[in-house]
Design a protein around this ligand. Structure first.
Ligand code: NAP
Length: 360
């Protein structure tokens, strides 16, 4: 396993991090514990979870004894409403202060190494969010704060306000990045490089498309992510000839290097020096371990360049995991289109939003 600085924090993290979104959805507590310990045995020292990943926080808390906990960096996120108030805003002080207590209790720990805003919250003034996060850092409950699914301008604005008010800046961002989804290279990734934010990559296999297991023109088999209604955005990929054409061109390159497609996809990400850590996900232990097996391997730079060229058109795919609002009076519910094809209602000045998948 290789390690790298986590932005400006002083932490050194493994370049493969453990993603836990499937815990309690695909992996029961025992299987999740096995996956956690296998990750640690392979040198992974960063575990990512979220309040919205089912029982994931609880499973992690149960699997880690105090000695093991001190060896890993724990990162979680606030997304759900944690108060009785049905109008609770996601990143409000009231919600964040309750949410962090819930996460600490679920994870059976006194502190979180990284606390992330899972999505931007257009309904809470950023000063309020930052002041709440500042309080958590001062109380020792949180060491660093980060975000995910933010545009570069949203982080730039947040951190400018933070610098102006003497409040904590966001040190990291999680984004969707893979050989099939390279839109972040347009501005989020250069922004992170310029300001030394840690880049945490999620969905490195585009949710499983980059395993090559989905066949062109065939419906996904029912045990796969693409068959789950909450991941309906994957269907667009399955129905796209361009996606299948790209995968077909990647296959022989992987074979020529004696790698499986998923290994090639992750090694391409690790070949990008600005990528801090790639969050690996899986529904079975082997999905994770097959990636640890190649964690020390490096692709030659001309292979990285070949893959860059082969997937150059994938920088033009739109973001799909967009900021969105809670419906008024429906804490925890997302504003979804009234009927397929009808855009969600948004106030003037707010870009129309694609309904995202639940809890990702
Ligand atoms: N911040 C955010 O908004 C956000 C969003 C998404 C994820 N994340 C984080 O990033 C982590 C990883 O994301 P991800 O799960 O989307 O990653 P991913 O690697 O793109 O997708 C993982 C899924 O692909 C399939 N898969 C993986 N390896 C396979 C193999 N060898 N053979 C066949 N199928 C395989 C499995 O799904 P099936 O077997 O079910 O098909 C698995 O659950 C998450 O756990 C979470 O921590 C964050």
């Amino acid at each position: 396993m290789r390690y790298t600085p986590f932005g400006t924090t002083g932490m050194r993290v493994s370049r493969l991090g453990l993603g836990s979104m499937t815990f309690s959805r695909k992996l029961d507590a025992d299987a999740a514990a096995r996956v956690i310990h296998e990750a640690i045995d392979h040198g992974v020292n960063l575990i990512d979870t979220a309040d919205s990943y089912g029982q994931s926080e609880q499973y992690i808390g149960k699997a880690l004894d105090p000695a093991t906990r001190s060896k890993v960096f724990l990162a979680t996120k606030v997304f759900l409403a944690h108060t009785e108030d049905p109008d609770t805003k996601r990143n409000s002080a009231a919600n964040i202060t309750r949410a962090v207590e819930d996460s600490l209790s679920n994870l059976r720990t006194d502190y979180l190494d990284l606390y992330q805003l899972h999505h931007p919250d257009p309904d809470t003034p950023i000063d309020e969010t930052l002041a709440a996060l500042d309080g958590l850092i001062k109380q020792g409950k949180v060491r660093h704060v980060g975000c995910s699914n933010h545009y570069a301008w949203q982080i730039a604005y947040t951190n400018a306000v933070a610098a102006d008010r003497g409040l904590p800046e966001l040190v990291s961002v999680q984004y969707d990045y893979s050989l099939l989804r390279r839109v972040v290279e347009v501005d989020l990734e250069p922004y992170c490089r310029m300001f030394n934010l840690a880049s945490m990559i999620y969905s490195p296999l585009a949710g499983g498309l980059l395993t090559g297991k989905y066949q062109r023109g065939a419906p996904p088999s029912k045990d796969t992510r693409a068959a789950m209604p909450m991941y309906r955005q994957m269907l667009a990929g399955l129905e796209s000839d361009a996606v299948h054409d790209t995968i077909d061109r990647l296959r022989p390159i992987a074979q020529g290097l004696d790698l499986s497609l998923n290994q090639l996809a992750v090694l391409w990400l690790l070949g990008k020096p600005w990528v801090t850590t790639v969050l690996v996900g899986g529904a079975h232990s082997e999905h994770f371990t097959s990636l640890y097996d190649v964690a020390d391997r490096e692709l030659e730079s001309q292979v990285v360049e070949e893959l860059d060229e082969l997937t150059a058109d994938r920088t033009a795919v739109p973001y799909w995991n967009q900021p969105f609002r809670f419906a008024p009076g429906m804490a925890g519910q997302r504003v979804l289109p009234a009927s397929p094809g009808t855009p969600p209602q948004t106030p003037p000045g707010v870009p129309p939003q694609v309904p995202p998948t639940a809890g990702s």
